[in-house]
Design a protein around this ligand. Sequence first.
Ligand SMILES: [Zn+2]
Length: 441
Amino acid sequence: MKIRHIKQAMLAMLVSVAVPAAVQALPTAEPVKAQHSNAVIALTDANIVSIQGGAPIRNAVVIVRDGKIEAVGAADKVTIPAGAEVVPMGGKWLAPGLMNMHVHLGLKLPGAEGAALASETDPQMALRMAANARRSLLAGVTTVRLVGEEHGVDFAVRRAIEKGEIIGPRIKTAGEIIVPTGGHGFLEADGPYALAHAVREQIKQGADWIKIAISGGIADTHGSIAAAPMTDEELKTLIDVAHRNGIKVTAHNGSAEAAKQSLDMGINCFEHGYHLTDDNLKQMKAQGVWLVPTIVVSQAGAREFYKKIGSPDWYLDRVDSTGKDHWAMLQRAIKMGVSIGLGTDQFPFEPNGGTTATVAEAELYVKAGMTPLQALQSATTQTAKLLGIEDQVGRIAPGQYADIIAVGSDPTADISALRTISFVMKDGRIFRDDAHGKLAD
Ligand SMILES: [Zn+2]
């Protein structure tokens, strides 16, 4: 850590504990971009994307105080508080920070890169996950939902980010993936009460969600994606226990049969959904069940990624055969109005088709039938709803956490505008500002 950061960190601590609110508006000793969420920042000369449809706000100002958005509006209607740090945005378009609902910060896949991580220790994994968290944030992803990590390392990473020890997106995590023996995950349990115990263990450690796998996956070397290996009793008890604790359940699922079974048991969300039928999608819409497509993993753009990690041929074949169904399912889900939250199942920043996996995923949603606005909502307002934190994030509006990205043009006109992310603010702190040569370290 550099000395100036230590100084700033100490100053921030002093300011946050000892100084009355009015004084917090004063700039810190260092006349650079604010490093801390307790500064007052005015983003000026910006256009604000209209995330709920309608006209954007042009020549707008956003006032950020104590990490939250205090005011948003046209420049002639918003007063910039005395002492605020003014950050001119040069006519860029501001959108809510992106949210990615299917992330594994410790991801390991079959292939050479995965094999090299086979003997990775938990401390090594923690540091790798911290590096991946940082890169995710700098790619414009200010919130992630982790849907399967190992040995509780995710809880440590979440805590370190919340305490400001490392930088990364705000994290909601499902802890370990709970599966029946031989399932698509690591925390194996069989029978209703062993599964209930596994759920309670994850919740005790701090899980925000429960993630289960109710069918096989592309990366599995055994079993069929189409099978439904859990019994009714097992699924029913598992979901019931989670719900009794106020925790929602999402399932890795590619199977129509397992989908029907778990929908009847009150599941809240499906990941991937490779082979979901129209009946499944209809039932999801009727019950308000979410779909996190991760379409990017089964389509052409992911080839570059699989080659890079040295994926074996059998894996590439499985991706291809699954990809066709997956794409057709996504098109139908969009047409039928199923609620969709953006998720990638790749690192949010993973290179994909000249952009990141997160942006590529949003572009594919448009290609599959969403409007650009709907695709952007699937990574902002919709994901906030999926997580139940729509009163906190997902919009650039007073009272929301100041999680903001800037892009070169209006992404609701062309979603590919997200390829030009040049500014990332989370909790009112600027982590990246290309125009002013700033990058958090
Ligand atoms: Zn996954």
